[in-house]
Design a protein around this ligand. Structure first.
Ligand code: ADP
Ligand code: ASP
Ligand code: MG
Length: 455
């Protein structure tokens, strides 16, 4: 009979598993909470960036070798501190040899998403194998589980979409039965398509992996352990006196994640909403400091809660006289964008033009490279196209924003010295968004924070 069914899925980000000491702190968290039965890890800090550089296939040979050496140094530091158990040392060497082989392949051949994703996945392969050993050496039974067995995705390499039904079935069949005996440590960010090719979920995707596993296991808590002690009223790197938020609603957190609060991958909240799983965000270096709880219902719902910023936004403006009194123009435009796998963020329309921003979340692209030559050519068959780059999307996040008098005045008063390119409000009670020049972004956010969220 299963004894313990109230699971916590704990996810540790890159800085939390950066080295042996950081991994030991994560082990303390796991060992101190018997509800933690599944651990999802990112690659150790910096490793995915190095793998991305290798996957681009454009390095000189000395640069490639330098990347390999940097990756090996990170893994060996942890392995040495664990006294190099032979099977684990052999496994890490095998992963490093694969990185060498696949990166050579990328230098020699043209773009190949399957090879790139196989390469990118190896950071998490190493960190998960190492972290399971850290737990075992602390006498906490743990196994390393290959996430590709359960995280079935489509074949969009670099930005693969998990199949929710298959993931859930497989988790229940293959992963859940293991939890009675030990903690399962697995890779975030990594999946496999129906042909067994390794895929990845997009940068920062480990949060999403953990949320999907929590949903499939009907976990009570999803704990995201990172390098900040919770979600703040703005990125603390940008606004130094940003305030920690003890409790946040799913709606508010989802808006923050969507509009640039890097602390949560944008897709993290949806599985939690569907399954009713509470999400905790805390700092693995200092768990005693507490963090942010994200739930369906919260005690306080202030008008202004937080600010988010997304840099390097692309504004696409299309003009066509055919739009005048026409039906279906937007449908046609959106169909083209969908075909090119672009999702639209903000949109405003006039009589003969439409302006929209394109979501570059999780993509390695930014700016106008989102708009490929083929996409532009296709759009130009139906309209005149204008692309503006280097903009920043600022989101004011809160409650009842669309139905409270005076909101616009308070926000726009502060923005008097700045030029705004686009304003969107009304679709959600939880946000008011606008675009500003990239160079003004920091000043805009800092002044707004001072006005709307004073300490
Ligand atoms: P991890 O590697 O653990 O996934 P990330 O770097 O992805 O960590 O996310 C943590 C970072 O998110 C923080 O260091 C912080 O700079 C940034 N961040 C952005 N917005 C916020 C916010 N509103 N509150 C807290 N952190 C934020
Ligand atoms: N390691 C991946 C990245 O750096 C995934 C993650 O950390 O969430 O993007
Ligand atoms: Mg992250």
């Amino acid at each position: 009979m299963t004894q313990h069914t109230s699971y916590t899925v704990a996810k540790f980000g890159g800085t939390s598993v950066a080295d042996h000491l950081a991994m030991q702190r994560c082990a303390d968290i796991v060992i101190n909470d018997p509800a933690v039965k599944v651990v999802v890890v990112s690659a150790s800090s910096g490793v995915t960036n190095l793998l991305v550089a290798l996957a681009a296939g454009r390095l000189t040979e000395p640069q490639r070798l330098d990347c390999l050496a940097q990756i090996a140094t990170i893994q060996y530091q942890i392995l040495d501190a664990l006294a190099r158990p032979a099977p684990l040392a052999a496994l890490i060497d095998q992963y490093l040899a694969q990185i060498d082989k696949l990166s050579k392949q990328r230098q020699q051949a043209c773009e190949d998403g399957a090879v790139s994703d196989a390469l990118l996945s190896l950071g998490e392969a190493c960190s998960s194998a190492l972290f399971a050993e850290v737990l075992r050496q602390r006498h906490h039974p743990a196994i390393c589980f290959d996430a590709r067995q359960v995280m079935r995705t489509d074949s969009h390499f670099g930005q693969a979409e998990p199949d929710l039904v298959l993931v859930s079935d497989r988790v229940q069949q293959l992963l859940q039965p293991l939890l009675a005996q030990q903690v399962v440590v697995t890779q975030g960010f990594v999946g496999a398509d129906s042909d067994g090719h390794t895929t990845t979920l997009g940068r920062g995707g480990s949060d999403y992996s953990a949320a999907l596993l929590a949903e499939a296991l009907q976990a009570e808590v999803l704990a995201i352990w990172t390098d900040v002690d919770g979600i703040y009223s703005c990125d603390p790197r940008l606004v130094h006196d940003a305030k920690p938020i003890p409790e946040l609603s799913f709606d508010e957190a989802a808006e923050m994640a969507t509009f640039g609060a890097k602390v949560l991958h944008p897709a993290t909240i949806l599985p939690a909403v569907r399954s009713g799983c509470a999400v905790f965000v805390g700092k693995s270096r200092a768990p005693e400091q507490g963090g942010t709880w994200i739930r369906q219902q919260v005690q306080s719902t202030p008008g202004f809660r937080a600010l988010s910023l997304r840099r390097q936004q692309t504004l696409l403006t299309v003009h066509s006289l055919n739009m005048l009194h026409a039906r279906g123009f937007l449908a046609q435009l959106f169909a083209i964008l969908a075909k090119h796998r672009l999702s639209v963020d903000l949109i405003t329309t006039s009589e003969v033009s439409v302006a929209l921003t394109l979501d570059n979340t999780g993509s390695s692209n930014s700016g106008s490279s989102l708009i490929s030559a083929e996409l532009r050519a296709e759009l130009e068959t139906m309209c005149r196209v204008e692309v503006t780059e280097q903009l920043a999307l600022v989101a004011v996040i809160g409650n009842q924003l669309a139905t409270t008098a005076g909101v616009a005045k308070q926000v726009f008063e502060v923005l008097e010295p700045f030029n705004m390119r686009m304003i969107c409000q009304g679709a959600s009670p939880h946000n008011l968004c606008f675009l500003v020049d990239g160079d003004d972004a920091d000043a805009v956010v800092q002044s707004l924070h001072q006005r709307l969220l004073p300490t």
